[in-house]
Design a protein around this ligand. Structure first.
Ligand SMILES: [Zn+2]
Ligand SMILES: [Zn+2]
Length: 106
C-alpha cells in the first residue's frame, strides 16, 4: 500500500515538473503579449484594417455585445454597465466589415 502511494506521489511530482515549465511559459507568453497589446493600444485611437487598408476608429459610440448598453468612448474599454464590465474581444471594420481582434486580449 505504502509503495503505491509513493509511486503516486512520484508520478505527480514528475508530471508537475514537466507540466509546470510549459504552463509558466504559456502564461508568460500571454502576459507579455497582452502587455505589448495594451501598450500599443495606449498610443493610438485607430487600428489599421488588413483587408481594405482603412483606419478603423477606436473612439466613438459602441454597443456592448453582452448587455446591449450603448456608450461613448474607447472601443476596447470595459463596458460601463455595473452588472456587466465586459471587454469586447474584437471590433468590426466600418469600411469592409472585417473583424479586428482586440490587441490587448492576446
Ligand atoms: Zn455590457
Ligand atoms: Zn476594412
Amino acid at each position: 500500500m505504502m509503495r503505491r502511494r509513493q509511486l503516486g506521489t512520484f508520478l505527480t511530482i514528475l508530471y508537475w515538473s514537466f507540466y509546470l515549465p510549459f504552463l509558466t511559459t504559456k502564461h508568460l507568453y500571454r502576459l507579455t503579449g497582452r502587455l505589448i497589446g495594451t501598450a500599443a493600444l495606449r498610443n493610438r485611437d485607430s487600428l489599421h484594417c488588413a483587408a481594405c487598408g482603412k483606419e478603423v476608429s477606436l473612439v466613438g459610440r459602441w454597443e456592448c455585445g453582452w448587455c446591449g448598453r450603448v456608450f461613448d468612448g474607447f472601443a476596447f474599454a470595459r463596458c460601463p454597465g455595473r452588472e456587466c464590465g465586459a471587454v469586447p474581444p474584437f471590433i468590426e471594420c466600418q469600411g469592409c466589415g472585417l473583424t479586428i481582434d482586440n490587441p490587448s486580449l492576446f
